[in-house]
Design a protein around this ligand. Structure first.
Ligand code: HPA
Length: 280
């Protein structure tokens, strides 16, 4: 299994390296549902459809394009990943491993993970952003279950520092400088594809979650396993089920993510610039 996976990682990394054409980005940004617009800001862009990258995800959800975009954004070299797999699609963790490990192979050190999420915090309703300080895995699966490839990371991975404290402080600082309201919160991963019941949202609140969603936690786990640092934020598209009168749907997720995307774009660009200035 690992031989197959490693040859896909090797092949994909080779294609990405060629497309980078000497550019040496240290950060990659996964753009969640409705947040893909940020990639349009890239100059001198190279585009690689996931379909051309062996083993990469084949995203199927509306709002997820499946495109790697590499280039410069306001003087910072960066790779954007538009589209990800969701485990509710019934896929294995292999595409996620190929994606993260090939990015690591081309020199990426930090992953910025974003998503659309439901909020459990009244002060951060739809249209707001929440920085992810930590997560709770409620999906009942772990993308590292099964055979471990020790060459990439340990069998038993500590998750106490899953979401990088210093990078998050830099993100909070960027938000403050731009006057963008940003609270820190714990993101709970539900497998989906159903949205949560009212009881599940009450439970999530009780156990310490601030937001809920169907992605990102597996990305974080696979990224941390191969030594990538992780930072990120959620675009809030709705209050958790039962916490407001609004109905929850995928269309609403996309629509409200577009509202949040304006501040999201400003925030991420500022964060990238600040990080770049630090030499990271
Ligand atoms: N629950 C799960 N996933 C989501 C939600 C939600 O309320 N909103 C956007 N993605």
């Amino acid at each position: 299994m690992s031989t197959d996976l490693n040859s896909q990682i090797h092949e994909s990394a080779k294609i990405i390296r060629t497309a980078l054409n000497g550019l040496a980005p240290k950060i990659a940004v996964v753009l969640g549902s409705g947040l893909g617009g940020l990639a349009d800001r890239v100059t001198d862009a190279a585009y690689i459809p996931y379909g051309e990258l062996p083993g990469f995800p084949r995203p199927g959800v509306h709002g997820h394009a499946g495109m790697l975009v590499a280039g410069m954004i306001e003087g910072v070299p960066v790779i954007f990943l538009k589209g990800r797999v969701h485990f509710y699609e019934g896929v294995s963790s292999a595409p996620l491993k190929v994606m993260m490990r090939s990015l690591k192979s081309v020199g990426i050190e930090t992953m910025f993970l974003s998503n659309a999420a439901g909020s459990l915090r009244p002060e951060a309703p739809a249209g707001n952003l929440i920085a992810i300080a930590d997560h709770i895995n409620l999906a009942g699966i772990n993308p590292l279950s099964g055979e471990n490839d020790d060459d990439w990371g340990p069998r038993f991975l500590a998750m106490g520092d899953a979401w990088d404290k210093d990078l998050r402080a830099l993100l909070m600082q960027a938000a403050k400088a731009l006057d963008i309201p940003l609270i820190e919160g714990v993101y709970a991963w539900f497998l989906g594809p159903t949205f949560e019941t009212h009881a599940e949202i009450r439970m999530a609140k009780i156990i310490g979650a601030d937001s809920v969603g169907m992605s990102t936690v597996p990305d974080c786990i696979i990224a941390r396993h191969c030594g990538l640092k992780v930072v990120g934020c959620s675009a809030i598209t709705n209050m958790g089920a039962g916490l407001s009168d609004e109905s929850i749907s995928h269309d609403q997720t996309i629509e409200q993510a577009a509202v949040a995307s304006k501040n999201f774009t400003r925030l991420v660009v500022q964060f990238l610039k600040n990080l770049h200035m630090q030499g990271a």
